[in-house]
Ligand binder design. Structure first.
Ligand code: URP
Ligand code: ZN
Ligand code: ZN
Length: 459
């Protein structure tokens, strides 16, 4: 038995002083502060700390191959960084390589879970529809892989056509799952890239113009129409503008089950990074937007129109990002962020702008678990939940540096940023893994999590 004593428990739906009783891997009771517990129980002192459910990162690419590049981390490396950053569940993607089927891609990725320091789940991915796809999706759903990633861009790689998207939406809807989709109009992007290449240039300093906001809103509108035609639930990944978020909010008002994910870099960084000293390090899709758009997006954390905050973690290093420095079309997209997601969002939005700690937990743990069939086992501190617990020091000020982080790359987009708030002690299924900022148990204990049929009443 363990007791987490003296802290302020923060759940998505309440917060207040309370102690947590842990038996083995599970939370078994939420106790009044200082309540008597088994005298043999180990006490974990949480005085002055917020006691949060471990973060659930709904969007995390591990060892992700795209074109000629593979992101650099293993499950062990990614989850080590995750736990240092207060995240105790990652949701990765099984993206088929050319010629590979979704089922095979998922089996390969699922086999890596045991190497993790924390638990993980998977989104499957459909690129092309054939006679076997519905059956494969049913097999995957039986194995607890119910969310299916799709892309409206990256032609020739992972882009799916509208027939494939509609078929996949129908099938996942009937299997208790959901399509999770990257929306950018490939035609608008390709045209903008061609124009840039023929005029101002197509190196990273021009990144923002090569993937305009309109490419995102046009694609979101098209996908919402397909989802509405099927009354299929849909989750939009990494929405980067208020306009895109509002299209989804309007569809929700019409009765569609639809969700918005925003990611930490779109909420905290802007396109001035493309005129800085290392613009390639900030190349991601959708790109970083103007400060005004970032502010508009961030407002929707407060209005309730953003459902989750993910990282879209992609662990490329500077050499990979700079190999094709003259042409963004050939650069690997994505930023490392599994470890910095919670601290930068907490510092900027909770400490800086007054987001409540409960809403922070809702966005970064509870809702990611709910939309992925993992709640309340993950993303909550209720009795019966896995004892994935973070003791968070809300007042600890620190400077983000690559050296202080654990991601398998040589940079962070937040180098030199002063932040306030840090996870100091992290439990994974009842075991203290990080204590006082040090890794104290590196045992690989990761489990592949099977998603329950999605219950949208929870969301
Ligand atoms: O730039 C990004 N987001 N790269 C990762 C792949 C994806 O589109 O999510
Ligand atoms: Zn994407
Ligand atoms: Zn992604």
């Amino acid at each position: 038995m363990k007791v987490v004593r003296g802290g302020t428990v923060v759940e998505a739906h309440w917060s207040g002083p309370a102690d947590l009783l842990i038996d083995g891997e599970t939370i078994v009771a939420v106790l009044a502060p200082g309540a008597e517990a088994d005298p043999a129980a180990e006490i974990i002192d949480a005085t002055g700390k917020l006691v949060l459910p471990g973060g659930v990162d709904p969007h995390c690419h591990v060892g992700f191959t795209s074109g000629e590049f593979t992101s650099l981390d293993s499950y062990r490396e990614c989850t080590t960084a995750a736990v240092f950053g207060g995240t105790t569940t990652i949701i990765d993607f099984a993206i088929p390589r050319p010629g590979q089927q979704p089922l095979e891609a998922a089996e390969i990725q699922r086999a890596k879970a045991g190497d993790g320091l924390c638990d993980s789940a998977l989104h499957a991915c459909v690129v092309e529809w054939d006679d076997t796809t519905a059956g494969q999706l049913a097999t995957l759903a039986d194995a607890g892989i119910r969310t299916v990633k799709m892309f409206t861009t990256y032609a020739g790689e992972t882009m799916a056509d509208e027939h494939t998207i509609l078929n996949t939406m129908q099938t996942t809807r009937d299997l208790g799952g959901m399509v999770v989709i990257h929306c950018e109009s490939d035609a608008i992007v390709t045209d903008a890239q061609r124009f840039a290449a023929a005029s101002a240039g197509i190196d990273a300093t021009h990144m923002a113009k090569t993937r305009p906001e309109l490419a995102e809103t046009a694609s979101v509108a098209a996908i919402l129409a397909i989802a509405e035609s099927q009354q299929a639930p849909v989750y939009f990944v990494h929405q980067s503008t208020a306009a895109a978020v509002e299209l989804v909010a309007d569809a929700r008002k019409r009765g569609l089950i639809a969700f918005t994910e925003a990611v930490a870099h779109h909420l905290t960084l802007d396109d001035t990074a493309y005129s800085g000293s290392d613009p390639e390090r900030f190349v991601c899709c959708p790109p970083l937007r103007s400060a005004e758009i970032v502010e508009g997006l961030g407002r929707h954390l407060f209005t309730g129109q953003i459902t989750t905050v993910g990282s879209d973690h992609c662990c490329y290093d500077t050499a990979q990002k700079q190999l094709h420095r003259h042409d963004v079309r050939h650069m690997p997209n994505g930023l490392p962020g599994v470890e910095t997601r919670l601290p930068v969002i907490f510092s900027h939005y909770v400490g800086g702008l007054g987001l409540t700690p409960s809403r922070f937990v809702e966005l970064t743990a509870a809702n990611p678990a709910r939309t992925n069939g993992l709640y309340p086992r993950k993303g909550s501190l209720m009795p019966g939940a896995d004892a994935d617990i973070v003791l968070w020091d809300p007042d600890l000020e620190w400077t983000v540096t690559t050296e202080a982080l654990h991601m398998a790359t040589d940079y962070t987009p937040y180098e030199g940023l002063r932040v306030r708030g840090k996870p100091v002690t992290v439990l994974v299924r009842g075991t203290v893994v990080v204590h006082d900022g040090n890794l104290v148990d590196a045992t690989p204990r990761g489990r592949h999590l099977e998603a329950a049929p999605l219950d949208f009443r929870l969301c």
